[in-house]
Design a protein. Structure first.
Lengths: 277, 414
């Protein structure tokens, strides 16, 4: 199966408290912070690699493409996915200011039209913007079936359809989607038996989480191709449809701690003093 | 080489993630329990495919040996003199050095355990063994499926390793040998599966005139006793023990090289050099970690109304740590570059590098403890452990004094 996985770099989520807002409130600055692949995107790469391999035989069964939109440095993020085992990268040169959900979805649609993957597998959301919207928008633009928040994926009908277990508030909702399709993944997709592809034995247990790149994988990633494209070359409407007028940090916590005797007391204080409810 | 390449950085990042996810959470049990480090080391070797890489290099070398030099195999990237070969050789060394640095940031003892097994034990078998012995003992050591130990030190014989050596081998009259002796301070001694035992051939002659030979022993060989781990100051994640040999009978296939003509002392310089160069990477890991912890602490610890990093005496500590870090890193880069060019470090250079790096690591670690004040003395703060761990770099693989002697001897020899 040919799988396209879009990957975004985000500020190290473990140091998110170091993010600052510029003096005029126009931008969020990430100076001095490390970039990491968005964790959900890493899970999507892992899921794609699992779908496309016979794990015990260490055999590849399909092509895994990774792509990213951003400045030239996102090549690093793509290299990490290539080191894990993805086959080829595509970098669409763009600045953060040029991108929003709609533009990213349009760009991905243009890539899908060109590359014709069987499946677009992506993170359910990025941990910076937390919009949770690109996958859904892309599926709509493509007119493809979609399954979001996937925690399990198995292939059926000789790879023509997928059964996707979706994590929803009320439990697990199982959907069958016909390929080509868009699937967005949640954390549990990288559980030891989240993926069944008919080739890796059903009782195979993967390590929890996204795989580490092997040393050989890292050295080989340098030789794998990363195609470079410009946003303007995709032939898409590049007008954004959302804008952020101003950023501000939440007010600093006072550190005051009030003990209450009863639940009613608590509710009263939340209503009158904190005005939280 | 003036900087790590992008791939080197990617390797460091990947290993660091492993160290933080797998080793850091177990630091307490490795440090204060009796958990040996081997399962974690095996897991790391598996995770990063290090065993496969090592086995591939091993296979290529055996192949070269069997062909008796000659034309390199078409697929062997390290066999020729082209720039690609240099890079391949340098990268192969960098791929061993980078994990060493990263693990040493948390657990230098694990590197000691791994280095003695894969570096020293394998290294000795590779330089002295017959091809058959290499094929028999080395592959399982490279994946750490088996643990190796290398035993030269004895209760009465340390710096003067060959001169004072008491352990003996006597011919048994049937082509084999009977081994006697006791060894101490042996890294991995308590758990080792494969032991290189260095002793003197007793032909009824005076101890001084005896030839030095080396043997390979398996755990469980009758007459061989492996002690429990000894309690020690630092490097708790590296088990150190004693070995006792009483009438241990071995065949000639256990004599490294399978000939008495290869005197151990003749090639000992190579073993000592490689052991000494390994210390630089260990020192770099310790120094990098001490420095980054110290910078953080200097920024956040407030006394007299300001972060202690604003006091010049604290700034001086940080600056000197950085100087040491740069120097050690340059020594490591030089090692990688030399390996790329297929050049061995001379013993004097290896000694000079080891002397500097070991001292610098100790000084930096002590200064880090000082910078942390009372917290620096508390086990809860990592610099306390790194400081205890660093000390041994000045003792094993030749003490500072022995390195100094060797450098001076080289300067004065002509
Ligand atoms: C944690 C640890 C792990 C070890 N692992 C191994 C191992 O795996 N295998 C192994 O065989 N050994 C191992 N050793 C032993 C180590 O190599 C020796 O401890 C070291 O070589 C010093 O020998 P010694 O302890 O007998 O000290 P000594 O040789 O007794 O030295 C005592 C002091 O005298 C000084 N000194 C000695 N000779 C001279 C001289 N000529 N001039 C000036 N000063 C001198 C020394 O520098 C030192 O300060 C290990 C040691 C430790 C601590």
């Amino acid at each position: 199966m040919k799988i396209l996985v879009p990957v975004k770099r985000v500020c190290d989520p473990d140091n998110a408290n170091k993010v600052k807002v510029s003096a005029d409130g126009a931008t969020v600055t990430s100076d001095g912070l490390e970039w990491k692949p968005n964790p959900f995107d890493e899970y999507a790469v892992e899921a794609a690699l699992r779908l496309n391999e016979n794990a015990p035989k260490n055999e590849k069964l399909g092509e895994t493409l990774v792509c990213s939109l951003g400045p030239a440095e996102v090549a690093q993020t793509l290299r990490q996915a290539l080191a894990m085992g993805a086959d080829r990268g595509i970098l669409i040169d763009a600045t953060d200011g040029q991108l929003d959900t709609t533009v990213v979805a349009r760009a991905l649609k243009a890539l899908v039209d060109k590359e014709k993957p069987d499946l677009v597998l992506m993170g359910k959301q990025t941990v910076d913007g937390d919009s949770n919207a690109v996958g859904q928008t892309l599926a709509e633009m493509l007119g493809w079936p979609m399954a979001t928040f996937a925690m399990t994926v198995s292939t059926n009908d000789g790879g023509k359809t997928l059964t996707v277990g979706r994590e929803v508030d009320t439990g697990v909702l199982t959907l069958k989607v016909t390929l080509p399709a868009v699937v967005t993944v949640d954390l549990r997709i990288v559980a030891p038996a989240g993926i069944k592809n008919g080739a890796t034995p059903a009782d195979h247990k993967y390590n929890e989480g996204a795989r580490y790149a092997s040393l050989k994988g890292i050295m080989q990633a340098k030789k794998k191709a990363i195609d470079q494209l410009k946003l303007s070359e995709l032939g898409i409407d590049t007008a954004t449809s959302s804008a952020y007028p101003k950023f501000e940090l939440p007010p600093a916590r006072t550190g005051n701690c009030v003990f209450v005797e009863t639940v009613d007391d608590l509710l009263g204080k939340l209503r009158t003093q904190a005005k939280a409810i | 080489m003036i900087e790590w390449s992008e791939e080197h950085k990617a390797i460091a990042q990947a290993v660091r993630r492993f160290v933080e996810d797998e080793i850091k959470p177990r630091r307490q049990e490795l440090e204060f329990g009796d958990t040996p480090p081997y399962e974690l080391l095996r897991k790391m070797i598996r995770t990063f495919g290090m065993g496969e890489l090592q086995l591939a290099r091993f296979a290529a070398q055996i192949e070269r040996e069997k062909r008796g030099g000659g034309e390199p195999a078409a697929k062997d990237p390290e066999a020729s003199d082209s720039p690609e070969s240099w890079r391949a050789r340098a990268d192969a060394v960098a791929m061993q050095i980078i994990p060493t640095i990263e693990i040493c940031r948390y657990c230098p003892g694990m590197v000691t355990a791994m280095g003695v097994s894969i570096g020293l034990t394998v290294g000795t078998i590779m330089t002295r063994g017959t091809t058959a012995q290499k094929e028999r003992f080395v592959p399982a050591l490279l994946t750490m499926e088996k643990i190796g130990a290398w035993a030269i030190t004895e209760p009465g014989s340390g710096s003067d390793a060959f001169g004072s050596m008491q352990a003996t081998a006597k011919r048994d009259g049937a082509g084999g040998y009977v081994l006697q002796g006791s060894k101490t301070f042996i890294t991995n001694g308590p758990y080792a599966d494969t032991i290189v035992f260095i002793c003197k051939l007793d032909e009824g002659n005076a101890a001084k005139e005896r030839k030095v030979l080396s043997f390979i022993l398996d755990k469980g060989t009758p007459g061989l006793t492996q002690s429990k781990p000894l309690r020690k100051m630092g490097q708790h994640s590296s088990p150190t023990g004693e070995l006792f040999l009483e009438d241990v009978r071995v065949g000639k296939d256990r004599l490294l090289g399978e000939t008495e003509e290869r005197e151990y002392r003749a090639g000992a310089k190579e073993t000592f050099s490689s052991e000494r160069t390994g210390v630089a990477a260990m020192a770099l890991g310790i120094v990098e970690q001490c420095l980054s912890l110290s910078i953080d602490y200097a920024k956040n610890r407030v006394q007299f109304g300001r972060p202690i990093g604003e006091f010049q005496l604290i700034q001086q500590k940080l600056a000197l740590m950085e100087v040491a870090r740069m120097n050690i890193q340059n020594i490591v880069f030089r090692q990688i570059e030399l390996a790329g060019h297929g050049r061995r470090t001379t013993l004097a250079e290896a000694s000079a590098g080891k002397l500097y790096c070991a001292r610098a690591a100790m000084e930096v670690a002590l200064e880090a403890v000082q910078l942390f004040g009372g917290n620096g003395y508390m086990a809860e703060f990592h610099v306390e452990q790194l400081c205890r761990d660093a000390k041994v770099l000045q003792i094993y693989a030749g003490t500072d004094e022995i390195q100094t002697l060797q450098i001076a001897r080289d300067l004065l020899k002509a």
